[in-house]
Design a protein. Sequence first.
Length: 594
Amino acid sequence: MFWRTLAIESTFFFCPTCRIIVVQNGRWIRHKRTCFQRSPLSRLYCQTTKVSNIVKASSFLPSPPADFLHRNKKQLADVENSTILSIAETFKRGEWKAVDVVIEYLNRIHEMDKLLGAFLTVDAERALQKAQLLDEKWKNGEHLGPLAAVPVAVKDNLCTKGLLTTAGSRILENFIPRYDATTVSRLEAADAIVVGKTNMDEFGMGSSTELSGFHPSKNPWDPSRVCGGSSGGSAAAVASGMAPFALGSDTGGSIRQPASFCGVCGLKPTYGKVSRFGLVAFSSSLDTVGPMASSVIELATIFQVLAGHDSMDSTSLSDKVPCYTDMLQEKGALDLKGITLGVVYDERMLSLEGFRNINGTGVEDLMRCFQESIRVLTHLNVKVVPISLSFLEEALAAYYVIAPSEASSNLARYDGVRFGIRQYASHISELYQKSRGMGLGSEVKRRILTGTFALSTGYYDAYYRKALQVRQLISQQFENLFQQLDIIVCPTTPCAAFELGEKMEDPVKMYMEDLLTIPASLAGLPAVSIPMGFDSDHMPLGLQLIGNRQREDILFRVGHAFQLATNWHRHRPLIYRNYVSTTDTTTHNTSLPS
């Protein structure tokens, strides 16, 4: 594999211009005489073309451990099949080195991301430096955090100090923040290792990651299909095994929908439970940051690190954060007797446009998996009550007034003066026109115009104020439901992942993908998506659990119990299985470079 071959068979160098590894072994292997910028900053060739401008990578890259290739192959396979919990614990026991773990995941990114396009930027240099520091901390007996040596992929709308943060937009293609988002700094304080930034729909506006300003991401289960959005890159990275977990953001379903499409778990926390400081704003009253991982217990572990008050975010809740992982391990925690589930199932839901766009087989597969999941939950001693969410269409309409209205204000700062690409212009209005016209994509422009119209004089009361009233009524209906229920259960999406390009020409069809996720966002409620099976094309389907405000603990209990009774979350796509089988059968030259 690339990183092992790099460390064993080649002399490797570092290009200071574009900060990418260059390999020389009698000839240029990776950059072929001209250094090509790996990160999609501009997709242009950088100026480094001479060997004299390349410095040897040994100045920053740790040498591979002397026993790296002599270790048992099973141990390397264990890395590939590990959860974040086992990676951290095995590292703390001294059985793995952090450098080995990071190299393994960088190798996967190199092998698989060429097909999937989940990453926008890969930060190999700093990841290896952080891993080396963790190995030193372990050697010195220093305290290690709960996520020690665990690689993480971060959605590209979360600020990372010194590392590109584009929010999937050309207008921010050169933006390098001077600070970390609170969520990123908390992960790093827990000794997690950021390996890169993931692809997304521009500014979070989309449901397929086809609206990225750089390239679309593809579904690991079928690269001809979308991976969902807007956190599609994060979902694809976790599903394919390129990262044990990832951070995403959720405004109207941007964590839960791609998690469903890619067969992983995704959590949208209660609004205010996780700090938004350092998140590139889309819709400030709806935006939340949450984790994506392979299992619910991993979500609980990560959420334990992320949650909590932040003085830098005025909307941050000050309530004490319970220890969710300890709660899941308490005696009787998985006994669900006494928990009441409201199951959303009625003919009216299936008649909505988002379901009508699916062929009959698609609806049958969705409802078959959903009904089977309800049977599993019933066997876990929960009480099931059928309910109807009669406000789904109204919620969708309200969302697509409120979110664009807030976006039209938030995105006004990207004008080419302080933020955004700057184009030559003779006067200020021309500067605005050129910078925003060239830097923003068509969907972002559409939503800015929609929001500006809704906020304009004469239409404010008819659209924006009315949408806020609908939002309040939806929140009140949820409050009424949760007086009798503990959790509301429904499918995460109306269908499985669709073909690339299938809905690009019809924005309304794309908007309908968020039909079942938007209500929880409008009410600020926590919700989690977990795998519940596959359709006839072997594409994943997701089950959504919605809880009352600040009741993530019940979501974790029910979700974890469901996953102990099923194995849907353990399934892996073919691209991952092929990588593992190739790794198991590959032999390497054991001679180390001089």
